[in-house]
Design a protein around this ligand. Structure first.
Ligand code: ADP
Ligand code: MG
Ligand code: MG
Length: 211
């Protein structure tokens, strides 16, 4: 696969919703240690709402698909993660434009715009113990792979692997953003829930692209 098309992205969102439902208890467990124990419910509810929307009227273009996903997440998830993931998909869609497929560089630019949306909204920086700590290394790995001539399936797999490494590296960190930051030093020693769900986002992307 050299390009990524609307059908593959629809498959991605289905896979992400299925995994969010499957890992709901784990995400909630992580959030119960350093948050308010709703991250699993937030992600399962939000992604299920996205699937309901796109199954009812499957979007033809990538911007329409991702904007629908983003708006649905913003409106159906009350927690911090809803507006953050919502903004990610909205910005991705705006950057992708009214097309039905993107090449590896174009898809990378859309992902990067999505991360910039998260940064504009939540102001996370590296090491703040948030979803940023999984997503930022994932995109860096993706860009490096594409620049080095790696094909799209291998590039998204590299992104997923880097997300998992970034997720695991959140454990010793003291949270500086979101609810976990209220705990101060006591937030150390726990995996960040948002970094965990972001890793699922990139793992399901790699699976969807692999077919
Ligand atoms: P809430 O904290 O409102 O209950 P969730 O539990 O669904 O929302 O999501 C919590 C996750 O959101 C955190 O684990 C973290 O990864 C992410 N998060 C929280 N605040 C920010 C922020 N300002 N910037 C980036 N990510 C954030
Ligand atoms: Mg929470
Ligand atoms: Mg909450």
């Amino acid at each position: 696969m050299t390009n990524i098309d609307t059908t593959t992205l629809i498959d991605w969102l289905h896979r992400f919703a299925a995994v969010a439902a499957d890992k709901r208890e784990w995400l909630t467990e992580l959030d119960s240690a350093i948050g308010d124990a709703d991250h699993g419910a937030n992600m399962a509810r939000g992604t299920a709402a996205v699937i309901e929307k796109i199954d009812a009227a499957p979007p033809a273009t990538i911007d329409e698909l991702l904007k629908t996903a983003g708006m649905t997440l913003v409106s159906s998830v009350g927690g911090a993660s809803g507006p953050l993931y919502g903004t990610f998909f909205l910005r991705m869609g705006m950057t992708a434009g009214a097309v039905t497929e993107l090449d590896a560089a174009g898809f990378g630019a859309a992902l990067r715009a999505g991360l910039e949306g998260i940064v504009a909204r939540g102001k996370p920086e590296a090491g703040d113990k948030t979803m940023f700590d999984a997503m930022s290394p994932a995109l860096d790995a993706y860009d490096a792979a594409v620049a080095g001539g790696t094909d799209l399936p291998a590039a998204v797999r590299a992104a997923a692997d880097a997300a998992a490494t970034g997720r695991d590296a959140t454990t010793p960190l003291v949270a500086r953003k979101g609810r976990a930051s209220y705990l101060g030093e006591r937030s150390a020693g726990h995996l960040d829930p948002g970094a965990a769900s972001t890793t699922l986002l990139f793992e399901t992307l790699a699976d969807a692209v692999a077919g």
